[in-house]
Design a protein around this ligand. Structure first.
Ligand SMILES: [Zn+2]
Length: 314
Protein backbone atom coordinates (compact mmCIF):
# COMPACT_ATOMS: atom_id res chain seq x y z
CA UNK A 1 0.00 0.00 0.00
CA UNK A 2 2.72 2.35 1.04
CA UNK A 3 4.71 1.44 -2.01
CA UNK A 4 1.76 2.18 -4.28
CA UNK A 5 1.32 5.64 -2.78
CA UNK A 6 4.99 6.41 -3.31
CA UNK A 7 4.73 5.44 -6.95
CA UNK A 8 1.76 7.73 -7.52
CA UNK A 9 3.53 10.59 -5.84
CA UNK A 10 6.65 10.14 -7.97
CA UNK A 11 4.56 10.03 -11.11
CA UNK A 12 2.94 13.35 -10.23
CA UNK A 13 6.38 14.92 -9.96
CA UNK A 14 7.28 14.05 -13.55
CA UNK A 15 7.39 17.13 -15.75
CA UNK A 16 8.32 17.48 -19.40
CA UNK A 17 12.08 17.96 -19.91
CA UNK A 18 11.39 19.96 -23.10
CA UNK A 19 8.68 22.46 -22.10
CA UNK A 20 8.43 21.82 -18.31
CA UNK A 21 4.75 20.95 -18.93
CA UNK A 22 2.90 19.17 -16.16
CA UNK A 23 0.20 17.43 -18.18
CA UNK A 24 1.89 14.11 -18.63
CA UNK A 25 0.49 10.72 -19.57
CA UNK A 26 2.10 7.30 -19.58
CA UNK A 27 2.88 5.80 -22.99
CA UNK A 28 3.94 2.23 -22.37
CA UNK A 29 7.16 0.72 -21.16
CA UNK A 30 10.25 -0.69 -22.80
CA UNK A 31 13.05 -2.95 -21.65
CA UNK A 32 16.65 -1.77 -21.41
CA UNK A 33 19.69 -3.80 -20.63
CA UNK A 34 21.24 -1.41 -18.13
CA UNK A 35 18.17 -0.04 -16.36
CA UNK A 36 15.53 -2.77 -16.73
CA UNK A 37 11.93 -1.76 -17.44
CA UNK A 38 11.57 1.93 -18.25
CA UNK A 39 8.41 4.02 -18.36
CA UNK A 40 7.82 6.14 -21.44
CA UNK A 41 5.86 9.41 -20.97
CA UNK A 42 4.05 11.74 -23.35
CA UNK A 43 3.67 15.50 -22.89
CA UNK A 44 0.24 16.78 -23.92
CA UNK A 45 1.55 20.30 -24.23
CA UNK A 46 4.38 19.85 -26.75
CA UNK A 47 3.52 16.35 -28.00
CA UNK A 48 6.94 14.94 -27.22
CA UNK A 49 7.82 11.57 -25.76
CA UNK A 50 10.40 11.24 -23.03
CA UNK A 51 11.70 9.07 -20.22
CA UNK A 52 12.31 10.35 -16.72
CA UNK A 53 15.76 11.88 -16.36
CA UNK A 54 17.15 10.26 -13.26
CA UNK A 55 20.71 10.86 -12.09
CA UNK A 56 21.69 7.92 -14.32
CA UNK A 57 20.10 9.19 -17.51
CA UNK A 58 22.05 8.02 -20.57
CA UNK A 59 24.52 6.03 -18.47
CA UNK A 60 25.37 2.60 -19.84
CA UNK A 61 25.30 1.16 -16.34
CA UNK A 62 22.57 1.28 -13.74
CA UNK A 63 22.44 3.17 -10.47
CA UNK A 64 23.04 0.15 -8.30
CA UNK A 65 26.22 -0.89 -10.09
CA UNK A 66 27.53 2.68 -10.19
CA UNK A 67 26.82 3.52 -6.54
CA UNK A 68 28.18 0.14 -5.41
CA UNK A 69 31.45 0.97 -7.18
CA UNK A 70 31.64 4.45 -5.65
CA UNK A 71 30.91 3.03 -2.20
CA UNK A 72 33.65 0.39 -2.47
CA UNK A 73 36.08 3.01 -3.75
CA UNK A 74 35.61 5.23 -0.69
CA UNK A 75 35.84 2.22 1.61
CA UNK A 76 39.37 1.79 0.32
CA UNK A 77 39.05 -0.68 -2.57
CA UNK A 78 41.14 0.28 -5.62
CA UNK A 79 39.39 0.92 -8.95
CA UNK A 80 41.09 -2.19 -10.37
CA UNK A 81 39.75 -4.35 -7.56
CA UNK A 82 36.27 -2.84 -7.94
CA UNK A 83 36.49 -3.70 -11.62
CA UNK A 84 37.40 -7.31 -10.81
CA UNK A 85 34.43 -7.48 -8.46
CA UNK A 86 32.03 -6.13 -11.11
CA UNK A 87 33.38 -8.56 -13.68
CA UNK A 88 32.55 -11.48 -11.39
CA UNK A 89 29.04 -10.36 -10.43
CA UNK A 90 27.60 -8.19 -13.20
CA UNK A 91 27.06 -8.68 -16.90
CA UNK A 92 29.12 -6.36 -19.13
CA UNK A 93 32.50 -5.39 -17.96
CA UNK A 94 33.30 -1.82 -17.01
CA UNK A 95 36.92 -0.72 -17.15
CA UNK A 96 38.69 0.67 -14.09
CA UNK A 97 38.79 3.99 -15.90
CA UNK A 98 34.98 4.06 -16.07
CA UNK A 99 34.86 3.54 -12.32
CA UNK A 100 37.25 6.46 -11.84
CA UNK A 101 34.99 8.59 -14.08
CA UNK A 102 31.86 7.62 -12.12
CA UNK A 103 33.55 8.60 -8.86
CA UNK A 104 34.40 12.03 -10.28
CA UNK A 105 31.06 12.62 -12.03
CA UNK A 106 28.87 11.74 -9.06
CA UNK A 107 31.09 13.37 -6.43
CA UNK A 108 30.75 16.61 -8.40
CA UNK A 109 27.01 16.16 -8.83
CA UNK A 110 26.32 15.43 -5.16
CA UNK A 111 28.61 18.14 -3.80
CA UNK A 112 26.85 20.77 -5.92
CA UNK A 113 23.78 19.88 -3.90
CA UNK A 114 25.37 19.34 -0.46
CA UNK A 115 27.55 22.47 -0.72
CA UNK A 116 24.41 24.59 -0.69
CA UNK A 117 22.92 23.18 2.49
CA UNK A 118 22.88 25.38 5.60
CA UNK A 119 24.36 23.72 8.67
CA UNK A 120 23.42 23.58 12.30
CA UNK A 121 26.78 23.59 14.07
CA UNK A 122 28.54 24.44 17.34
CA UNK A 123 30.84 27.42 18.00
CA UNK A 124 34.26 26.03 17.02
CA UNK A 125 35.78 25.17 13.67
CA UNK A 126 39.01 23.21 13.44
CA UNK A 127 40.95 23.72 10.23
CA UNK A 128 44.03 21.85 9.01
CA UNK A 129 45.97 20.87 5.91
CA UNK A 130 47.18 17.51 4.63
CA UNK A 131 49.96 17.04 2.10
CA UNK A 132 49.37 14.96 -1.04
CA UNK A 133 51.51 14.14 -4.00
CA UNK A 134 50.10 14.23 -7.50
CA UNK A 135 51.61 12.91 -10.70
CA UNK A 136 50.87 15.58 -13.29
CA UNK A 137 50.80 13.13 -16.17
CA UNK A 138 50.12 9.45 -15.66
CA UNK A 139 52.92 8.48 -18.03
CA UNK A 140 55.61 10.86 -16.80
CA UNK A 141 57.59 11.25 -13.63
CA UNK A 142 56.78 14.84 -12.63
CA UNK A 143 55.31 14.91 -9.14
CA UNK A 144 53.65 17.93 -7.55
CA UNK A 145 53.16 18.52 -3.85
CA UNK A 146 49.58 19.64 -3.16
CA UNK A 147 47.35 20.17 -0.17
CA UNK A 148 43.97 19.12 1.04
CA UNK A 149 42.60 21.86 3.32
CA UNK A 150 39.50 21.11 5.34
CA UNK A 151 37.65 22.23 8.42
CA UNK A 152 35.25 20.44 10.74
CA UNK A 153 32.76 21.63 13.30
CA UNK A 154 33.87 20.21 16.65
CA UNK A 155 30.28 19.65 17.85
CA UNK A 156 28.80 17.66 14.96
CA UNK A 157 32.18 16.67 13.37
CA UNK A 158 30.66 17.67 10.04
CA UNK A 159 33.33 18.46 7.44
CA UNK A 160 32.04 21.94 6.71
CA UNK A 161 34.31 22.91 3.84
CA UNK A 162 37.27 21.43 1.99
CA UNK A 163 39.38 21.92 -1.08
CA UNK A 164 42.24 20.13 -2.81
CA UNK A 165 44.66 22.86 -3.86
CA UNK A 166 48.10 23.44 -5.32
CA UNK A 167 49.50 25.24 -2.29
CA UNK A 168 48.48 26.25 1.21
CA UNK A 169 48.66 30.00 0.80
CA UNK A 170 46.42 32.71 2.16
CA UNK A 171 44.07 32.67 -0.86
CA UNK A 172 43.49 28.92 -0.62
CA UNK A 173 42.85 29.04 3.13
CA UNK A 174 40.55 32.03 2.66
CA UNK A 175 38.52 30.24 0.01
CA UNK A 176 37.92 27.23 2.30
CA UNK A 177 36.96 29.59 5.15
CA UNK A 178 34.58 31.73 3.06
CA UNK A 179 32.75 28.59 1.98
CA UNK A 180 32.56 27.52 5.64
CA UNK A 181 31.19 30.92 6.63
CA UNK A 182 28.46 30.79 3.98
CA UNK A 183 27.21 27.51 5.40
CA UNK A 184 27.43 28.37 9.10
CA UNK A 185 26.54 32.12 9.02
CA UNK A 186 27.09 33.52 12.55
CA UNK A 187 27.34 30.36 14.60
CA UNK A 188 31.14 30.10 14.71
CA UNK A 189 33.01 31.99 17.47
CA UNK A 190 36.41 30.25 17.53
CA UNK A 191 38.63 28.93 14.77
CA UNK A 192 41.40 26.58 15.80
CA UNK A 193 44.37 26.03 13.50
CA UNK A 194 48.04 25.15 13.52
CA UNK A 195 50.79 27.77 13.47
CA UNK A 196 50.84 28.36 9.71
CA UNK A 197 51.61 32.06 9.16
CA UNK A 198 48.87 32.60 6.59
CA UNK A 199 46.01 31.79 8.97
CA UNK A 200 45.45 35.10 10.85
CA UNK A 201 44.97 37.08 7.62
CA UNK A 202 42.92 34.36 5.94
CA UNK A 203 40.61 34.21 8.96
CA UNK A 204 40.32 37.98 9.17
CA UNK A 205 39.45 38.24 5.47
CA UNK A 206 36.75 35.58 5.74
CA UNK A 207 35.23 35.52 9.23
CA UNK A 208 36.77 38.78 10.62
CA UNK A 209 38.95 38.59 13.71
CA UNK A 210 37.14 40.05 16.69
CA UNK A 211 40.10 42.14 17.87
CA UNK A 212 40.33 43.76 14.43
CA UNK A 213 36.62 44.22 13.85
CA UNK A 214 35.19 47.75 13.85
CA UNK A 215 32.43 47.08 16.33
CA UNK A 216 34.36 44.52 18.41
CA UNK A 217 30.99 42.83 18.70
CA UNK A 218 31.14 40.63 15.69
CA UNK A 219 33.99 38.34 14.71
CA UNK A 220 35.78 35.17 15.70
CA UNK A 221 38.69 34.41 17.98
CA UNK A 222 41.67 32.62 16.48
CA UNK A 223 42.99 29.76 18.57
CA UNK A 224 46.38 29.18 16.95
CA UNK A 225 48.26 26.30 18.44
CA UNK A 226 51.76 25.14 17.79
CA UNK A 227 51.41 21.46 17.04
CA UNK A 228 55.16 20.86 16.96
CA UNK A 229 55.33 21.93 20.60
CA UNK A 230 52.91 19.09 21.29
CA UNK A 231 50.08 21.34 22.38
CA UNK A 232 47.71 18.67 21.05
CA UNK A 233 45.17 21.18 19.73
CA UNK A 234 43.27 19.87 16.83
CA UNK A 235 42.71 16.41 18.26
CA UNK A 236 39.52 15.91 16.28
CA UNK A 237 40.77 17.02 12.92
CA UNK A 238 44.04 15.15 13.41
CA UNK A 239 42.16 11.96 14.08
CA UNK A 240 40.10 12.58 10.96
CA UNK A 241 43.24 13.13 8.91
CA UNK A 242 44.70 9.84 10.13
CA UNK A 243 41.53 8.15 8.89
CA UNK A 244 41.66 9.95 5.55
CA UNK A 245 45.29 8.87 5.13
CA UNK A 246 44.35 5.26 5.77
CA UNK A 247 41.41 5.39 3.34
CA UNK A 248 43.18 7.23 0.57
CA UNK A 249 46.28 5.01 0.70
CA UNK A 250 44.83 2.99 -2.17
CA UNK A 251 44.84 6.11 -4.36
CA UNK A 252 48.67 5.84 -4.29
CA UNK A 253 48.81 9.58 -4.78
CA UNK A 254 46.66 11.36 -7.33
CA UNK A 255 47.30 11.47 -11.02
CA UNK A 256 45.89 13.90 -13.52
CA UNK A 257 44.53 17.35 -12.87
CA UNK A 258 44.07 19.26 -9.62
CA UNK A 259 40.39 19.51 -10.46
CA UNK A 260 39.90 15.75 -10.67
CA UNK A 261 41.82 15.27 -7.40
CA UNK A 262 39.53 17.92 -5.90
CA UNK A 263 36.43 16.04 -7.07
CA UNK A 264 37.71 12.78 -5.57
CA UNK A 265 38.27 14.51 -2.23
CA UNK A 266 34.79 16.09 -2.45
CA UNK A 267 33.52 12.52 -2.72
CA UNK A 268 35.50 11.62 0.36
CA UNK A 269 33.80 14.48 2.24
CA UNK A 270 30.40 13.10 1.15
CA UNK A 271 31.41 9.63 2.32
CA UNK A 272 32.58 11.04 5.66
CA UNK A 273 29.58 13.34 6.28
CA UNK A 274 26.72 11.25 4.91
CA UNK A 275 27.66 7.61 4.42
CA UNK A 276 29.64 6.26 7.38
CA UNK A 277 28.81 6.42 11.05
CA UNK A 278 31.26 8.49 13.06
CA UNK A 279 33.10 6.25 15.54
CA UNK A 280 32.48 8.50 18.53
CA UNK A 281 29.08 9.89 17.57
CA UNK A 282 27.70 6.50 16.44
CA UNK A 283 25.86 8.49 13.81
CA UNK A 284 26.69 10.24 10.56
CA UNK A 285 27.75 13.87 11.08
CA UNK A 286 24.93 15.08 8.80
CA UNK A 287 22.31 13.63 11.18
CA UNK A 288 23.39 16.30 13.67
CA UNK A 289 24.26 19.13 11.29
CA UNK A 290 21.33 18.73 8.84
CA UNK A 291 18.67 16.79 10.80
CA UNK A 292 15.90 17.66 8.31
CA UNK A 293 17.71 15.59 5.67
CA UNK A 294 17.36 12.37 7.66
CA UNK A 295 13.90 11.63 6.31
CA UNK A 296 14.98 12.19 2.72
CA UNK A 297 17.96 9.86 3.00
CA UNK A 298 15.79 6.90 3.92
CA UNK A 299 17.19 4.51 1.32
CA UNK A 300 19.89 2.28 2.90
CA UNK A 301 21.87 3.09 -0.24
CA UNK A 302 22.46 6.73 0.64
CA UNK A 303 24.61 7.33 -2.45
CA UNK A 304 21.49 6.63 -4.51
CA UNK A 305 19.32 8.95 -2.38
CA UNK A 306 21.92 11.72 -2.59
CA UNK A 307 22.15 11.39 -6.38
CA UNK A 308 18.35 11.56 -6.67
CA UNK A 309 18.19 14.64 -4.42
CA UNK A 310 20.99 16.30 -6.40
CA UNK A 311 19.22 15.51 -9.65
CA UNK A 312 15.95 17.06 -8.40
CA UNK A 313 17.72 20.21 -7.22
CA UNK A 314 19.14 21.05 -10.67
ZN1 LIG B 1 6.41 19.24 -23.24
Amino acid sequence: MNNKNNKQENYKKVSCPFCKGKEIVKRGTFQTEAHGKQQRYFCKNCNKKFIERTGFYRMRNNGKKITLSIDLFYRGVSTRKVQEHLKAFYPHNASHKSIYKWVIKYSKMISKFTDNLKLNVGYELQIDEMQYSRRKYPDRKGVDTNWFIDCIDSKTRFMVSSEYVKSRGQEELKSVLINAKNKTTEQIKIITSDGLMAYPNAIHKSFTLIEKSNTKKYGVRHNQVNASRGEGFNIMIERLHNNIRARTKTFRGFHGSVSSANSIMKGYAIYYNFITKHQTLKRCPYELAIPELKEKLNNPNKWLSLIELSNQSI
